[in-house]
Design a protein around this ligand. Structure first.
Ligand SMILES: [Zn+2]
Length: 571
């Protein structure tokens, strides 16, 4: 049978079988609500394979195994029975580092992740301008000049110049975030509102790109982005609080749907504001969260230090028990803080975006509130500084599970320190293959080979490695990041990045499930399929342990269950 029809058949069967139930079984005081049988189950690393699982009324796994006959006493007439038709069933994916509300709003804004040229982007913005009230901002994100089919002919420093875009959007300020999140593009109207001119100096830790006569080109890197985003925030402040919350809620509804469609049952957010913590608490109390959300609080030290009452917060599906900070920017935009200069930018070692002393204060704040510390570090200098800082406060015996977010480029001497300190490497498989087009150019071959996205070396040294996409920096689809993790190859076939650093299939599944749960102190609640844990699982069209590499990419999510409830099914 051709694959599509097979998926369709499974989907139809799921729908049909879920509406039927067997009337012949005995009743129990607490009968199971759901039986899934005839599945190919991977419950987690080093756990025995199974073919069936039983979900209890409270949404946890009641039993898992191969012999459903012995469960007859646990079934009731109203127990839903699903014949999985041997589909692959595994714990739901845990997005280990993404931006939940950011992905929500990006789903509502212009998305350039798949744009092939600057002209295409300008056309999309111009079209949006026609339907946007005069004076309102137009926002978008996901553009990346290295991913276009050809460089733009009117460019400075590899980036386009704003004139063309500005001419077509004179009535609207426009801000378009770079895919990395570490640069943005502004049109003339946005720069006017931000008060940016030829005279504006570069702020600390940031850069305003300029043409040969010194005029801003529209590109703002790292901390210089604040000039434009502050102006945008001024506009947001003119919205009523209700309108702002409605917009946020619309994004949250969209991101939940997007995650569930992709088999994601838990999401670890890398930067939540106090206001959002309150709103998430409300959603959780109203049972309106359709998946589990674990967030890192992110504010300046002063803002946090004065406002920590009620934190950490442990709710039903919402938890805020970590603090986010960052030491550098991204590799693509020369923001990664390196020990030695960039190979393609001699004399430049990147950006230290937050002073080490400030991150140290935030570390002490995390310690005093018994919260995890999560530090963004991409370059080898940033990773070393973070490890040095964490070594002051954690030992493996403390079991604090502090995390380095991205841990992208690590000096080989520092790789063993993750396991030695019990520091988690919160990595993203897809970043490796996305960056494969320029990482070797930035770092040179030797540094790229020995220390860039070195998850094989980290795992061999005993470190805990998690997975994710940094969405909306990348598409939130875990299948693509899984593929990158096990092949180090781009889906478009344009590059393979040092494949000797690939994970095994089981390691990659583990990184996307139990390792992520462990990295949030949730391994006793979710991440594997064993009795007592949440019945968060997905049914997939291929067995990700044994299908071919090409089949990995074709894998479809057939159904997503959170707490035993079906939240998505392939139509
Ligand atoms: Zn991020």
């Amino acid at each position: 049978m051709i694959p599509f029809l097979r998926y369709l058949a499974i989907a139809v069967l799921l729908l049909f079988l879920e509406s039927c139930s067997n009337e012949t079984n005995t009743t129990q005081d607490t009968p199971a609500t759901l039986l899934v049988h005839n599945a190919t189950i991977w419950p987690g690393q080093n756990l025995p394979p199974a073919t069936a699982l039983l979900v209890a009324a409270d949404g946890t796994i009641q039993a898992i195994g191969t012999d459903t006959a012995e469960w007859s006493d646990d079934l009731a007439p109203n127990t839903t029975r699903i014949d999985a038709k041997q589909a692959f069933l595994m714990p739901g994916f845990i997005e280990g580092h993404g931006h939940f509300s950011g992905l929500g709003s990006s789903l509502r804004n212009l998305n350039f992740l798949r744009s092939r040229s600057w002209d295409e982007i300008v056309a999309m913005v111009a079209e949006r301008a026609e339907e946007t009230p005069t004076g309102d901002w137009i926002t978008g994100r996901g553009w990346h000049q290295e991913k276009w089919d050809r460089p733009h002919d009117h460019s400075v420093g590899g980036y386009p110049i704003h004139d063309e875009l500005s001419a077509m959007t004179q009535e609207h300020p426009v801000v378009l975030r770079h895919a990395s999140g570490h640069a943005l593009f502004a049109n003339q109207k946005a720069m006017d509102l931000a008060g940016v001119s030829r005279e504006t100096p570069n702020p600390r830790g940031g850069r305003i790109l300029r043409d040969p006569v010194g005029d801003p080109t529209g590109v703002f890197e790292e901390r210089a982005m604040d000039l434009i985003t502050d102006a945008y925030q001024n506009f947001v402040q003119t919205m009523t609080p209700e309108a702002r919350k409605d917009e946020w809620l619309a994004g949250i509804r969209a991101v939940q749907e997007e995650c569930l469609r992709n088999g994601i049952t838990s999401f670890q957010d890398a930067g939540t504001k106090f206001q959002e913590v309150e709103w998430y608490k409300e959603l959780d109390a109203a049972d309106s969260l359709r998946l589990n959300l674990w967030v890192m609080l992110r504010h300046s030290y002063d803002e946090m230090n004065a406002n920590m009452q009620g934190l950490p917060h442990y709710g039903d599906r919402f938890e805020c028990s970590a603090i986010k900070s960052e030491l550098d920017g991204a590799l693509g935009s020369y923001g990664a803080w390196l020990l030695e200069p960039y190979f393609d930018n001699p004399g430049f070692t990147g950006q230290n975006t937050t002073e080490v002393a400030t991150v140290d204060s935030i570390a002490q704040l995390a310690l005093s509130h018994d919260m995890q510390l999560c530090v963004h570090a991409i370059g080898d200098r940033a990773n070393r500084e973070t490890l040095d800082l964490m070594a002051k406060y954690v030992t493996p015996a403390d079991d604090r599970r502090w995390r380095i977010e991205h841990a992208q480029h690590i000096d080989p001497a520092d790789i063993p320190r993750f396991a030695e300190l019990g520091v988690i490497a919160a990595m993203q498989g897809i970043h490796c293959t996305s960056d494969a087009l320029f990482a070797e150019t930035r770092l040179g071959t030797e540094r790229a080979r020995t220390g860039a996205y070195p998850w094989r070396s980290l795992l061999d040294a005993g470190a805990v490695v998690t997975n994710g996409t940094d969405a909306p920096v990348e598409d939130v689809n875990p299948i693509e990041s899984y593929y990158a993790s096990v092949t180090r190859a781009r889906a478009d076939g344009k590059a393979v990045f040092f494949p000797e650093q690939a994970m095994t299939r089981e390691e990659a599944l583990h990184s996307y499930t139990a390792a992520a749960a462990y990295s949030a102190f949730q391994e006793d609640v979710r991440g594997t399929l064993v009795p007592g844990l949440a019945a968060d699982f997905v049914l997939l069209s291929n067995d990700l342990r044994s299908c071919t590499d090409a089949e990995v990419l074709e894998t479809e999510v057939l159904a997503t269950y959170v707490g035993g409830k079906r939240e998505y099914m392939l139509e």
